[in-house]
Design a protein around this ligand. Structure first.
Ligand code: SAM
Length: 241
């Protein structure tokens, strides 16, 4: 049996024998880019039902069909960890979304802070980056990328049962240890190039569900800070333990 290496995210339900119609982009990728022919095998997942082996049953220029054969891995959801970050330059924002999906964030929330330069994001493009990251890292879960929302509004409606790990650049010094913090729902918060404003800092500092942390003695770029904080959380409270 040929080894199936390509992994493809699909939205359809997966079950043995289930036909899986492809959209134009998926057909282009499988048949024009990867040059698959009828009978070739691929791995597919839909974010809910694990990973499945599937075979190509119909090839067309802008369409085609796979058929699901058997489940190859169970569904594995990440811990209940969200990433809230202020969008920065396009390539670096793309990087943050890709790495957050690889590192096991369950939801990705771009937030507009006082010093955020970006006024809009391409949510569909960022969501596609999250899908691609899940395809490449062997994951069976794809985090939702939310629309850009003001940080103040997110905090207004915040459920205090979800704690916020606030990467606070004013705490330069020994890096945080999360020992003693309770597992459970958390969100990591990363600021933009300009950091957090004084009013944001005052508000965050007064919220009982917010825990400020230092990421060591150097100022990190926001993309580095996002990866570092997710890593710290995953190693201390998440599924890397
Ligand atoms: N312009 C800010 C300054 O000079 O203080 C730095 C902002 S930094 C480039 C972007 C974000 O990364 C910060 O808002 C913070 O969330 C996080 N960050 C970077 N370095 C950090 C550190 N050493 N400790 C905690 N958070 C850090």
């Amino acid at each position: 049996m040929a080894q199936a290496k390509i992994r493809l995210y699909l939205e359809q339900p997966l079950a043995a024998g289930q036909p899986l119609p492809l959209n134009e982009g998926q057909a282009h990728y499988l048949f024009a880019v990867m040059r698959l022919a009828a009978g070739a095998q691929v791995l597919v997942f839909n974010g809910r039902q694990g990973e499945w082996l599937a075979e190509v049953v119909q090839v067309a220029k802008r369409a085609g069909t796979l058929r699901a054969l058997a489940q190859t891995a169970p569904q594995r959801d990440p811990p209940d960890l969200w990433l809230m970050f202020a969008p920065i330059k396009k390539a670096r924002t793309d990087f943050i979304v890709e790495k957050a999906a690889e590192l096991g964030a369950a939801r990705i929330m771009p937030v507009q802070t006082d010093f955020t330069n970006a006024e809009r994001i391409r949510q569909d493009r960022l969501q596609a980056h999250a899908v691609e990251a899940a395809e490449q890292c062997g994951g069976t879960f794809v985090p939702v990328v939310a629309e850009l929302a003001p940080l103040a509004r997110a905090l207004d409606g915040w459920n205090p049962a979800r704690r916020i790990l606030w990467a606070d650049e004013s705490r330069l010094g020994p890096a945080a240890t999360l020992a003693g913090l309770a597992p459970g729902p958390w969100a990591v918060l990363i600021g933009p190039e300009g950091g957090f404003s004084a009013p944001e800092r005052a508000r965050l500092g007064a919220l009982p569900f917010v825990t400020p942390v230092s990421l060591g003695p150097r100022i990190l770029r926001a993309d580095t800070a996002a990866c570092a904080t997710l890593t710290l959380w995953q190693a201390s409270l998440g599924d890397w333990r």
